[in-house]
Design a protein around this ligand. Structure first.
Ligand SMILES: [Zn+2]
Length: 93
């Protein structure tokens, strides 16, 4: 299990866990809103690097803009992930 806390977007705090919440194993990621400023994010393990980057950005966008439509979040996350991956960004363990 890996936990990361990030701050930004007007003081939002998200706690990110690598590994899916029970009952959501088919999802790539999941975000639960715990309050206006606090979110809990689960990222599925064993995705390839690009999928994992896309999923992390996707869930962070939900935190930053909870009211946004799923289609917009998905398309934006994939666009950003593609650009970062093309530019050479990779996860370092
Ligand atoms: Zn989503």
């Amino acid at each position: 299990m890996k936990k990361v806390t990030f701050r930004g977007w007007d003081g939002i705090v998200a706690v990110i866990t690598l590994g899916m919440k029970r009952g959501h194993r088919d999802c790539h990621g999941l975000t639960k809103r715990e309050s206006d400023k606090r979110y809990r994010v689960w990222i599925k393990k064993d995705q390839n690097e690009k999928e994992e980057l896309d999923t992390l950005i996707h869930e962070m966008l939900h935190c930053a803009s909870w009211q946004s439509e799923e289609d917009w979040v998905a398309q934006t996350a994939t666009g950003i992930a593609d650009a970062l991956y093309e530019w050479g960004f990779r996860r370092v363990d």
